[in-house]
Design a protein. Structure first.
Length: 157
Protein backbone atom coordinates (compact mmCIF):
# COMPACT_ATOMS: atom_id res chain seq x y z
CA UNK A 1 0.00 0.00 0.00
CA UNK A 2 2.79 2.42 0.93
CA UNK A 3 4.57 1.63 -2.31
CA UNK A 4 1.44 2.35 -4.34
CA UNK A 5 0.95 5.72 -2.64
CA UNK A 6 4.62 6.58 -3.17
CA UNK A 7 4.46 5.71 -6.86
CA UNK A 8 1.28 7.75 -7.23
CA UNK A 9 2.85 10.80 -5.57
CA UNK A 10 5.98 10.56 -7.69
CA UNK A 11 3.97 10.23 -10.88
CA UNK A 12 1.74 13.27 -10.27
CA UNK A 13 4.36 15.58 -8.75
CA UNK A 14 5.56 16.92 -12.15
CA UNK A 15 2.04 18.19 -12.81
CA UNK A 16 2.15 20.26 -9.63
CA UNK A 17 5.54 21.66 -10.58
CA UNK A 18 4.28 22.69 -14.02
CA UNK A 19 1.05 24.15 -12.66
CA UNK A 20 2.55 27.46 -11.61
CA UNK A 21 4.64 29.57 -13.89
CA UNK A 22 7.22 31.90 -12.45
CA UNK A 23 9.85 34.19 -13.79
CA UNK A 24 11.27 37.38 -12.41
CA UNK A 25 8.51 39.51 -13.86
CA UNK A 26 5.82 41.64 -12.30
CA UNK A 27 3.30 38.83 -12.75
CA UNK A 28 2.66 35.24 -11.73
CA UNK A 29 0.16 32.56 -12.79
CA UNK A 30 -1.57 30.04 -10.54
CA UNK A 31 -2.00 27.49 -13.31
CA UNK A 32 -0.66 26.85 -16.79
CA UNK A 33 -2.00 29.34 -19.34
CA UNK A 34 -3.90 31.07 -16.54
CA UNK A 35 -4.48 34.76 -16.09
CA UNK A 36 -1.45 36.89 -15.26
CA UNK A 37 -1.73 38.24 -11.71
CA UNK A 38 0.25 41.27 -10.54
CA UNK A 39 2.72 40.31 -7.81
CA UNK A 40 2.33 42.45 -4.68
CA UNK A 41 5.58 44.18 -3.74
CA UNK A 42 6.75 43.68 -0.17
CA UNK A 43 9.70 45.48 1.43
CA UNK A 44 11.81 43.72 4.07
CA UNK A 45 14.51 45.47 6.10
CA UNK A 46 18.01 44.02 6.40
CA UNK A 47 19.63 46.07 9.13
CA UNK A 48 23.08 44.66 8.24
CA UNK A 49 23.21 42.82 11.56
CA UNK A 50 21.65 39.91 9.70
CA UNK A 51 23.65 37.46 7.63
CA UNK A 52 24.49 38.73 4.18
CA UNK A 53 26.69 36.47 2.12
CA UNK A 54 28.22 37.06 -1.27
CA UNK A 55 28.36 34.18 -3.68
CA UNK A 56 30.21 33.92 -6.96
CA UNK A 57 29.31 36.38 -9.74
CA UNK A 58 28.45 39.07 -7.14
CA UNK A 59 25.16 37.43 -6.19
CA UNK A 60 24.01 38.15 -2.63
CA UNK A 61 22.13 35.91 -0.21
CA UNK A 62 20.20 37.52 2.65
CA UNK A 63 19.17 35.49 5.70
CA UNK A 64 16.53 37.44 7.61
CA UNK A 65 14.35 35.99 10.40
CA UNK A 66 14.61 32.35 9.15
CA UNK A 67 13.88 33.44 5.57
CA UNK A 68 16.40 33.35 2.74
CA UNK A 69 16.39 35.78 -0.18
CA UNK A 70 18.73 35.69 -3.17
CA UNK A 71 19.74 38.70 -5.26
CA UNK A 72 20.98 37.59 -8.68
CA UNK A 73 23.07 40.41 -10.11
CA UNK A 74 22.42 39.27 -13.69
CA UNK A 75 18.62 39.29 -13.24
CA UNK A 76 17.65 41.64 -10.42
CA UNK A 77 17.99 45.38 -10.00
CA UNK A 78 19.94 47.06 -7.24
CA UNK A 79 19.82 50.78 -6.54
CA UNK A 80 20.50 53.32 -3.85
CA UNK A 81 17.62 55.26 -2.33
CA UNK A 82 17.50 58.43 -0.26
CA UNK A 83 16.37 58.75 3.35
CA UNK A 84 13.23 60.52 2.12
CA UNK A 85 12.32 57.58 -0.12
CA UNK A 86 13.15 55.15 2.71
CA UNK A 87 10.76 56.90 5.10
CA UNK A 88 7.91 56.50 2.58
CA UNK A 89 8.37 52.71 2.35
CA UNK A 90 6.12 50.46 4.41
CA UNK A 91 8.32 47.67 5.77
CA UNK A 92 7.11 44.14 6.49
CA UNK A 93 8.68 41.72 8.93
CA UNK A 94 10.14 38.70 7.17
CA UNK A 95 8.29 36.32 9.49
CA UNK A 96 4.96 37.77 8.24
CA UNK A 97 5.68 36.92 4.58
CA UNK A 98 4.24 33.39 4.74
CA UNK A 99 0.95 34.76 6.05
CA UNK A 100 0.82 37.51 3.40
CA UNK A 101 1.60 35.02 0.65
CA UNK A 102 -1.09 32.63 1.89
CA UNK A 103 -3.68 35.45 2.02
CA UNK A 104 -2.84 36.49 -1.56
CA UNK A 105 -3.07 32.89 -2.76
CA UNK A 106 -6.46 32.33 -1.08
CA UNK A 107 -7.84 35.55 -2.56
CA UNK A 108 -6.76 34.67 -6.10
CA UNK A 109 -7.69 30.97 -5.76
CA UNK A 110 -11.26 31.99 -4.81
CA UNK A 111 -11.48 34.04 -8.01
CA UNK A 112 -10.26 31.07 -10.09
CA UNK A 113 -12.72 28.76 -8.32
CA UNK A 114 -15.60 31.12 -9.06
CA UNK A 115 -14.62 31.75 -12.71
CA UNK A 116 -13.14 28.40 -13.80
CA UNK A 117 -14.71 25.91 -11.37
CA UNK A 118 -11.50 24.55 -9.82
CA UNK A 119 -9.10 25.59 -7.10
CA UNK A 120 -5.45 25.63 -8.21
CA UNK A 121 -2.86 24.05 -5.94
CA UNK A 122 -0.71 26.47 -3.95
CA UNK A 123 2.70 27.21 -5.48
CA UNK A 124 5.52 25.03 -4.22
CA UNK A 125 7.91 27.97 -4.45
CA UNK A 126 7.56 31.53 -3.18
CA UNK A 127 6.47 33.05 -6.48
CA UNK A 128 3.47 35.12 -5.38
CA UNK A 129 5.17 38.02 -3.60
CA UNK A 130 7.88 40.21 -5.09
CA UNK A 131 10.27 40.77 -2.18
CA UNK A 132 12.53 43.80 -2.11
CA UNK A 133 15.22 43.76 0.58
CA UNK A 134 16.21 47.16 1.91
CA UNK A 135 19.72 47.10 3.32
CA UNK A 136 20.49 50.00 5.62
CA UNK A 137 23.94 50.78 6.93
CA UNK A 138 24.23 54.26 8.45
CA UNK A 139 23.38 56.69 5.62
CA UNK A 140 23.79 54.11 2.86
CA UNK A 141 20.42 52.61 1.90
CA UNK A 142 20.32 50.06 -0.94
CA UNK A 143 17.25 48.40 -2.45
CA UNK A 144 17.74 44.83 -3.77
CA UNK A 145 15.22 42.92 -5.86
CA UNK A 146 15.33 39.30 -4.69
CA UNK A 147 13.90 35.83 -5.06
CA UNK A 148 12.46 34.44 -1.86
CA UNK A 149 14.10 31.03 -1.94
CA UNK A 150 13.68 29.46 1.48
CA UNK A 151 11.41 29.57 4.48
CA UNK A 152 11.72 27.55 7.67
CA UNK A 153 8.44 25.91 8.59
CA UNK A 154 8.67 27.17 12.15
CA UNK A 155 8.35 30.75 10.95
CA UNK A 156 4.89 30.27 9.41
CA UNK A 157 3.07 31.23 12.61
Amino acid sequence: MKLTVLILLISISPFFCLAQEFDNSKYYRLYKDGEKILRPIVFVLNDCANDMGNTNNSNIIFSIENQTFKHLSSVHHKDTISNIEFEKISLTKAKELNHLENQEYLKEAKKVLKEKGFKPVPPINHSILKVIVISKKKDNIIRYETNWVYSKLLSIY
